[in-house]
Design a protein around this ligand. Structure first.
Ligand SMILES: Nc1ncnc2c1ncn2[C@@H]1O[C@H](COP(=O)(O)OP(=O)(O)OP(=O)(O)O)[C@@H](O)[C@H]1O
Length: 283
């Protein structure tokens, strides 16, 4: 069974326009005269360090925070956002059952398809009539995700959607996003997920939005600092679990960057040992 995000027609070409946007909490300026235009069909990852304002940017796009300067405009034609918040699970109605929770938002879905979706997210048949109040934290998160999957839209706004998902559900989400013809804006720390789905990367840096019109590998090619961080992260992963990432799964750019880093490390070590030898000679 293929799971798709239900699309409600097609939006106009212009989906989101951010103009000279300014916003901050208390005296911390998070967004500083930022500009960005998002069009139908674009799949964008918003990335940047913890606390730089990625979730806040999504809230501004959704109109849940008011800019202190500039504006965020949704396109005029049929822009219907479907927003997946980080704390979505907390907003579930505890008195409803698992099946009722999804059924009430799934306008065009057959009941068997809803059950199929819930099954794919690990809700076995005997759980469908269970009250939400009895679910574990992880189950609530997966249920919130199913509720999100069935809602019709032309724009998906996702904040860390892969948290709490197992690998089959993540793959289902990736496939559904690839097939979606509307626009997608996602914040995610899951590099693998981002690599699978995005065709544009926007980096939040010192309140500005740096635009990379290409996929995640393009972003790494263009951004030396990010590439170095990525290599450090990979080295850490390799140390913890040496076989987590097979070399064959690396992109050409990643392999080249890794080779370059090894060369540099080798040269640095050589210089250091030369320096030590010289120091010995002088002493
Ligand atoms: N309602 C609020 N009131 C005051 N400060 C807030 C509020 N919401 C967020 N912040 C602060 O604003 C900053 C940006 O938060 P935000 O959640 O947008 O960052 P983020 O880039 O999404 O972070 P992460 O990657 O850790 O999820 C943080 O320092 C956060 O503590």
């Amino acid at each position: 069974m293929k799971i798709r995000f239900p699309e409600r027609g097609r939006s106009g070409r212009s989906v989101v326009t951010i103009k000279n946007l300014e916003f901050g909490y208390e005296d911390e300026l998070l967004v500083n005269r930022a500009n960005l235009s998002i069009e139908r069909g674009e799949k964008i990852a918003i990335i940047g360090p913890n606390g730089c304002g990625k979730s806040t940017l999504l809230k501004l796009i959704m109109g849940l925070e008011n800019p202190s300067g500039g504006e965020v405009l949704l396109g005029e034609h049929n822009v219907l956002p479907n927003y997946f918040e980080q704390n979505q699970a907390e907003a579930l109605d505890l008195d409803k059952t698992v099946l009722q929770t999804v059924e009430e938002v799934a306008e065009d879905w057959r009941i068997d398809d809803i059950k199929g979706l819930l099954g794919r997210c690990n809700f076995k048949a005997d759980m469908l009539d269970r009250k939400v109040s009895l679910l574990s934290g992880g189950e609530k998160a997966r249920l919130a995700f199913c509720k999100f999957m069935v809602k019709p839209s032309t724009l998906l706004v996702l904040d860390e959607p892969t948290n709490h998902l197992d690998i089959p559900s993540k793959e289902m989400l990736e496939e559904a996003i690839r097939e979606y013809s509307g626009a997608v804006i996602t914040v995610s720390h899951d590099r693998f997920f981002i690599k699978q789905i995005v065709n544009r990367v926007v980096e939040v840096k010192d309140g500005h939005l740096q635009d990379y019109v290409g996929d995640y590998n393009y972003f790494l090619e263009k951004n030396l600092e990010a590439r170095e961080k990525e290599l450090e992260r990979e080295a850490e992963l390799d140390e913890k679990a040496p076989k987590v990432k097979a070399k064959s799964k690396m992109s050409k750019a990643e392999k080249e960057a890794q080779k370059k880093q090894k060369r540099q490390a080798f040269q640095a070590a050589k210089q250091k040992s030369k320096g030590q030898k010289n120091a010995k000679r002088w002493n």
